[in-house]
Unconditional design. Structure first.
Length: 276
């Protein structure tokens, strides 16, 4: 185990240094020194705490690990208040494990694998706000009964103990799926705002999970590429895939096109970094 291995695994899990610190109990400054190579011989218990989070119990280093020098201090004090939450192999985690994570960690559980996310960007949150407003206004104007909510909101798509996702926006038409802890079952409509870290997941496994669970409509809004990919999962030709840009008016299929969201207007209202 070396700094390159630790960095690679940290990226695979989508963990920030702050999240890794909270889960392992190792201070942020110490982790940074290990990951950038400044600390070449980490203390044994420091490396063990990081190894348990990144690789599980079996992946924790032994006292003979080559990353440790012969005179490495094996009595490092790791913060006792931060218990090792991740003690299983990826693919073996359950909803119970997921719910034991610190509340301020952004995470999803997909087929037993825990995936961590960084805090969303300003543009991400602005897009969520705009789309949420459009949907809520349509529902209220038409005296609808659907509920539409932003993340964080736990959605157990298959009502099993291996998957909990957090769509950026979820619209639910059946109140029987709503619990105090979130949603058990498939929302009617899900929207994900793509980030660089979530891109592969949003276009890949989450699209498959939404389709298989019974989500009717799924949008992927990509602010960097200025495009929207809309999936319609009902009918003989499902999935139907429509491509739009930030200059288009996009019909919401679950409402039979009675609601169209004007992305040109949204684009004009979005904050632009160069304008500051």
């Amino acid at each position: 185990m070396n700094s390159e291995t630790l960095n690679k695994r940290k990226r695979e899990l989508g963990l920030t240094t702050e999240q890794l610190s909270q889960l392992s109990g190792v201070p942020v400054g110490t982790i940074n020194k290990i990951l950038n190579g400044e600390t070449r011989s980490p203390r044994y218990h420091t490396l063990q705490a990081l190894g348990k989070v990144l690789f599980g119990e079996e992946g924790a280093p032994s006292e003979n690990d080559q990353f440790l020098s012969a005179d490495a201090d094996l009595s490092c004090e790791v913060r006792e208040s931060a218990a090792p939450y991740l003690t299983k192999r990826q693919g073996e985690y359950t909803v119970e494990d997921y719910r034991r994570l610190p509340e301020d960690l952004r995470a999803e559980l997909i087929d037993g694998t825990l995936i961590f996310s960084e805090a969303p960007t300003f543009t991400h949150q602005e897009l969520v706000t705009e789309l949420l407003f459009e949907l809520q206004m349509f529902i209220r104007t038409n005296q609808g009964s659907c509920r539409v909510l932003p993340a964080p909101l736990d959605v157990q798509l298959d009502c099993d103990d291996r998957t909990v996702v957090q769509p950026d926006i979820a619209l639910i038409g059946q109140e029987k799926k709503i619990t105090q802890r979130g949603i058990c079952g498939a929302p009617d409509f899900c929207i994900e705002i793509v980030s660089d870290a979530s891109r592969k997941r949003d276009y890949g496994i989450k699209m498959q999970k939404y389709m298989n669970a019974g989500v009717r409509e799924y949008w992927i809004v990509d602010p960097r590429r200025r495009k929207i990919v809309c999936y319609w999962f009902e009918g003989e030709d499902a999935p139907e895939i429509m491509m739009y840009t930030f200059d288009d008016q996009i019909p919401v299929r679950i409402y039979s096109g009675r609601l169209e969201i004007d992305f040109r207007q949204i684009r004009r209202r979005l904050w632009k970094e160069e304008s500051t």
